[in-house]
Design a protein around this ligand. Structure first.
Ligand code: ADP
Ligand code: MG
Length: 361
């Protein structure tokens, strides 16, 4: 099912401002769309509007060609999994999964078939007759997914379904959810504040801030071409390094002139209208090359070294006191409080208009 939002907005009663503003969005059939953004930016509000649990203040929402603004949740052919996926404690796993179908007076054989099928996919067949209190958190989370799956919805909605699990299990469930999506092939919308979840699972990411879309695209597009400084700061771990400065005579010059770099020809063409203007340079940690090089040199005092195995993260201070994070191969040797020379990889430079914070190159 395709979902389309046209200029959708939400204003809660008693609130001065709109919580969701001018959302224009098309979600393709069978997409795994992740709505990402900081806490309080309106993710759950938007998801609940798609589910029909929140009213839509302005704009139009379509499922396929059907305008659904006023359609009841139960008539939208959706299933939703919440962060707090309270299962009925006195019922078995089987009955928890069967419950919604039983309520709808579905035939027993149909219910059995659906529950068994979902249990098979989720690998929970072995404890169908256990109670929720007797299984682990990860297993309970799968039961919650199963409960939604048995309804065979056209749209699957999930609101931070992994946030109650520990880190290891979350990592595991990310892969499981991608597999599950592949086998179900159902349009899914998944809400999270965790950029790693978005980057690893999404076919498409919608990044929200303050109720407005900042960027829509594939994970690679977010990483390689963040649309503005907010996106640049939100996506990627460690966070992209940014330096304020000017573009002058074909060079970027940082505020205290400790970074001077001539961008590549393509970036120079994009930067031409910004001659003499304030711009921000962005560069990811892995785009610092070891050694002096002949342009874009920096001298960095390596203050803290984090050994992560395949890479080392170097938390550095430059001569003007500004900070940056540099990644180098794990087998390179660094001792804390040594000064090292690096230079910038010119194919990894991002430029932003300091005034509007929009991407330039
Ligand atoms: P997120 O899921 O991104 O953390 P929410 O959608 O839950 O954000 O909330 C967005 C904003 O809307 C917050 O400022 C929140 O306080 C407000 N909000 C959420 N629900 C209601 C409500 N029922 N009535 C009034 N304001 C609400
Ligand atoms: Mg929320």
């Amino acid at each position: 099912m395709e979902i389309k939002l046209v200029n959708v907005g939400k204003k809660y009663e008693g609130r001065e401002n709109f919580t969701i503003r001018h959302i224009n969005l098309e979600i393709d059939d069978k997409d795994f769309c992740v709505i990402l953004g900081p806490s309080g930016c309106g993710k759950s509000t938007l998801l609940r509007m798609i589910a029909g649990l929140n009213s839509i203040t302005e704009g139009e929402m379509y499922f396929g060609d059907r305008l659904i603004n006023k359609v009841e949740p139960k008539d939208r052919d959706i299933a939703m999994v919440f962060q707090s996926y309270a299962l009925y404690p006195h019922m078995t796993v089987y009955d928890n999964m069967a419950f919604s179908l039983a309520m709808r007076k579905e035939r027993k054989e149909v219910i059995h078939e659906r529950v068994m099928e979902a249990a098979e996919i989720l690998q929970i067949t072995d404890y169908l007759y256990s109670r929720p209190s007797d299984i682990s958190g990860g297993q309970r989370q799968r039961v919650a997914l199963g409960r939604a799956m048995v309804r065979k919805p056209s749209v699957f909605l999930m609101d931070e379904p992994l946030s109650n699990l520990d880190a290891k299990l979350r990592e595991h469930m990310r892969v499981e959810l991608v597999r599950l999506h592949k086998s179900l092939n159902t349009t899914s919308i998944y809400v999270t504040h965790d950029q790693t979840e978005a980057m690893t699972m999404a076919t498409r990411i919608v990044l929200l801030n303050d109720g407005q879309i900042q960027q829509v695209g594939k994970p690679e597009e977010f990483y390689n071409r963040p649309a503005n400084l907010f996106v640049a700061g939100f996506i990627g771990s460690p966070t992209m390094n940014t330096f304020s400065g000017h573009y002058r005579n074909g060079k970027f010059i940082s505020e205290n002139e400790n970074i001077i770099v001539t961008p590549n020809a393509e970036d120079q063409a994009a930067l031409a209208p910004f001659e003499g203007k304030a711009v921000h340079l962005g560069i990811r940690s892995e785009r610092f090359l070891s050694g002096e090089g002949d342009d874009g040199k920096i001298k960095a005092n390596v203050e803290v070294v984090e050994m992560l195995g395949k890479e080392k993260l170097l938390y550095c201070k430059l001569s003007d006191g500004s900070e940056c994070t540099i990644s180098q191969p794990g087998y390179f040797e660094y001792a804390p409080d040594e000064i090292h020379n690096f230079h910038l990889d010119k194919d990894g430079l991002h430029f932003f208009d300091s005034e509007s914070s929009e991407r330039i190159n």
